[in-house]
Design a protein around this ligand. Sequence first.
Ligand SMILES: Nc1ncnc2c1ncn2[C@@H]1O[C@H](COP(=O)(O)OP(=O)(O)O)[C@@H](O)[C@H]1O
Ligand SMILES: [Mg+2]
Length: 400
Amino acid sequence: MPRLLLVLPSSTYRAPDFLAAARAVGAEVVIASEEQQTLLTPERFVRIDLCDPQASAEQIAENGIDVDAVIGVDEQGVLFAAHLAALLDLPHNPPRAVATTRDKALTRIVLTDAGLDQPAHRLVHDGEVRRAASSVGYPCVVKAVDLAASRGVIRANDPAEVDAAAERVRAIVGEDAPLLIESYVPGAEVAVEGLLTEGKLEILAIFDKPDPLEGPFFEETIYVTPSRLEPKVQTRITSAVGRACDVIGLREGPVHAEARITDETVVVLEVAARSIGGLCSRTLRFGAGISLEEVIIRHALHIDPGSLRREGGASGVMMIPVPSTGRLEAVDGLDEARSTDGVMGVEITVPIGRQIAAWPEGDRYLGFIFAKADDPARAEAILREAASQLRVRIEPVAAN
Ligand SMILES: Nc1ncnc2c1ncn2[C@@H]1O[C@H](COP(=O)(O)OP(=O)(O)O)[C@@H](O)[C@H]1O
Ligand SMILES: [Mg+2]
């Protein structure tokens, strides 16, 4: 039986889907995570330190571990996975390449130097945000270099807004953390799901994001695939993402990228060495009906995944927005949302009673709505209709 090490950060949404996929493939799983799992035996669990991925990987490798593949599941796990797979001589992304994807400033530098279209950008270590903003031009985007899920990403249209944005981001990441100031790229945004084999990129899905993401915050809402963009634009997206992976140095396993399409060009905003986050992968089925997680596991274990053609029809997900910061009291209207024609499921992932933060401080969605339809416009309409049934009650209490 093949053995698979799954790096599952404790904040992941995806443990059940990856574990189900491993079962379907007939692979034995060893879980690597930061928190002790008392129910798992030492053969099935290793404790790791994701704050120091290299040292932690070295320690695990020195102690000896017998696995056939290592898969980093979420953003926080990918660098550890790359280091460990490198030490164990398993197919992997070079840790340096993965480290580049984890650093938004380094990503900009590498992509810009390679000649890809990129926003103008400046990394600011202390007070000088206004100067940086005026040199990249307004509107601009202020962001932390190493957060995810659009946490701490704010658009600013003038010097007063840039000061306010910087203060707000620093309240999240700390006074001394560097800030990236970049020019705002207008245009439609897509998310791209791909799989790399020895540096060659295969596109698994392109998702349109039909809600305008114009700021000031960039909480995501709807993803729908297949993309409604013209085939020739999709070809340009594919080639821009392939080029970005190549110059960053990614070679093996899943990639998730975001790009904006302007009149002239495709701007790759980000490439991550992992698959899509949250529960969004549930929108995807391939070939004879296998999940994205199963595709990734098969790929890592060199088991033929069969056809990687996405199942026919359109599919979409809405990340249910967090309307305000506070304690989640109730989500009403779930039955109505679930019985909307075309809705495949509604999952509320924040427990009732839990404190939740709105963007830009937040990074956890209230939950997910899934829809299927004959075409993408219909899938989008179903998601909106289902969302309109939900009534979210949040008791305002300060987040901390
Ligand atoms: N320079 C930019 N121009 C326009 N929109 C941007 C820019 N940078 C970020 N965004 C928006 O913010 C979102 C999150 O930014 P990103 O840098 O990808 O951070 P994260 O890692 O948190 O996803 C993007 O998907 C996009 O919608
Ligand atoms: Mg992003």
